[in-house]
Design a protein around this ligand. Structure first.
Ligand SMILES: [Zn+2]
Length: 323
C-alpha cells in the first residue's frame, strides 16, 4: 500500500484555486505546499487558510519553504528579499565574488532564518517541513563559501587555512555545515511543536561534492537527529532510464539506508497526464516495490494540464488500487 501525495507550487494564487476535498476525492493523502519567502511576508494568511482546510479534510500537510536566503534552492529563479537586502551575509565563492545565496554559517542569517521558519510553523497547520535541496553555491571552476565565518570555522576544525581548492576537507566541511543548518531549521520548527517532522530532500541534479549534500550523503543525513525522514526525487525521465528499474533500485537503496537508522523515506516523481510520464504505471510499480509514500510533482503539470479532466478517472482508479 502506497500513500500518494501531491506537491503544490505556484504560489498563493494557486492555493486559492484548489479545493482540498477534490484532492481527497482523487485519493491523495498528503500535500507538500511551497511557501515562498516573498509571498509569506504579505499573504501568509492565504497559505494558512489552505493548510487548515487540508487538515480538516484529513490530508497530511508539509510546508516547503523556498527563498528564505536561498540556502534551500531547488529553483534558481525563486526570489528572496533577504538575498537582495543583505549582500553582506551572502556566500563568497572561491574567486571572491558574492553569490545569490545566504551563508548557512553566517550567525545573523541563521538567526533571521530560524525566526522566520518558526513564524511559518506557528502560522501554518502542518505535520512537518521539507528542506528542499539545501546547498552551497557551486559552478564549474568556483565554489562557496569562503566568507569570514566559514574561514574561521574551517580553521578551528582543521588548524589550517581554508584552501582555494575544493579538497576532501572542504567537501566534508560543506557537508557538515549544511547538516548543522538543517539542525537549526529543525530546532526552530520543533520549538513551536515538538511533533513537527523534519524531512530533507538532498540535491539530485549535481554530485555531492558540488552541492555539499547530494544523494550520496544519505547516511550523513540519516545519522543526524535533525532528519526524521529522507525524501528522494527520482528523475527517471531526465536521465532517460528505464522507469520501473530506476524506481525499484532507488527505493531499495533509500529505504535500506533509512531503516538502518530506524527512519522512513519517501520518493518523489515528476507526473503529468502525458503518456511519456507513465504515471499510472509508476504508481503500480511503486506499490509493488513497497514504496510507503510517493509524492507526485506537482499540481501544475498534473491537475493544471488540459488533459487532466480525461485523466482524472483513471488516476483515481489506480490510486484506489494501490493505496
Ligand atoms: Zn560562509
Amino acid at each position: 500500500m502506497v500513500k500518494v501525495g501531491l506537491s503544490i507550487g505556484g504560489g498563493v494564487g494557486v492555493l486559492d484555486s484548489i479545493d482540498p476535498r477534490e484532492l481527497v476525492d482523487i485519493g491523495f493523502r498528503s500535500v507538500f505546499v511551497a511557501c515562498s519567502e516573498d509571498e509569506m511576508r504579505w499573504h501568509a494568511e492565504r497559505a494558512t487558510a489552505f493548510t487548515r482546510t487540508c487538515k480538516s479534510v484529513g490530508l497530511e500537510v508539509y510546508a516547503v519553504p523556498l527563498g528564505y536566503g536561498k540556502v534551500m534552492d531547488p529553483d534558481p529563479s525563486m526570489e528572496s528579499l533577504y538575498v537582495r537586502e543583505h549582500p553582506q551575509n551572502l556566500q563568497i565563492d572561491s574567486r571572491g565574488r558574492r553569490c545569490g545565496k545566504a551563508c548557512p554559517n553566517n550567525p545573523a542569517f541563521l538567526e533571521w532564518f530560524s525566526s522566520n521558519v518558526r513564524t511559518l510553523a506557528w502560522l501554518l497547520e502542518s505535520d512537518g517541513f521539507l528542506w528542499d535541496e539545501p546547498s552551497f553555491y557551486y559552478s564549474r571552476g568556483s565554489w562557496a563559501c569562503r566568507c569570514q565565518y566559514c574561514q574561521r570555522m574551517f580553521f578551528a576544525e582543521h588548524q589550517r587555512e581554508l584552501p582555494v581548492d575544493l579538497d576532501e576537507d572542504v567537501t566534508r566541511f560543506r557537508r557538515t555545515s549544511l547538516i548543522m543548518f538543517i539542525l537549526a531549521a529543525a530546532a526552530a520548527i520543533q520549538a513551536v511543536d515538538r511533533g513537527l517532522l523534519s524531512l530533507v530532500m538532498p540535491s539530485s541534479a549535481v554530485s555531492s561534492r558540488e552541492a555539499g549534500l547530494g544523494t550520496d550523503a544519505w547516511n550523513a543525513l540519516l545519522e543526524s537527529s535533525a532528519v526524521d525522514r529522507l525524501s528522494v526525487y527520482v528523475p527517471w525521465q531526465i536521465q532517460g532510464r528505464e522507469m520501473a528499474a530506476t524506481i525499484r533500485s532507488t527505493h531499495q537503496a533509500v529505504s535500506a539506508a533509512a531503516r538502518a537508522h530506524q527512519k522512513s523515506s519517501l520518493l518523489w516523481v515528476g507526473g503529468s497526464p502525458h503518456p511519456r510520464d507513465k504515471l499510472l504505471e509508476v504508481l503500480q510499480v511503486a506499490e509493488l516495490a513497497g514504496v510507503e509514500h510517493l509524492v507526485i510533482a506537482g499540481h501544475q503539470t498534473l491537475m493544471g494540464s488540459d488533459a487532466f479532466s480525461n485523466f482524472r478517472k483513471s488516476l483515481r482508479r489506480v490510486i484506489a488500487q494501490v493505496s
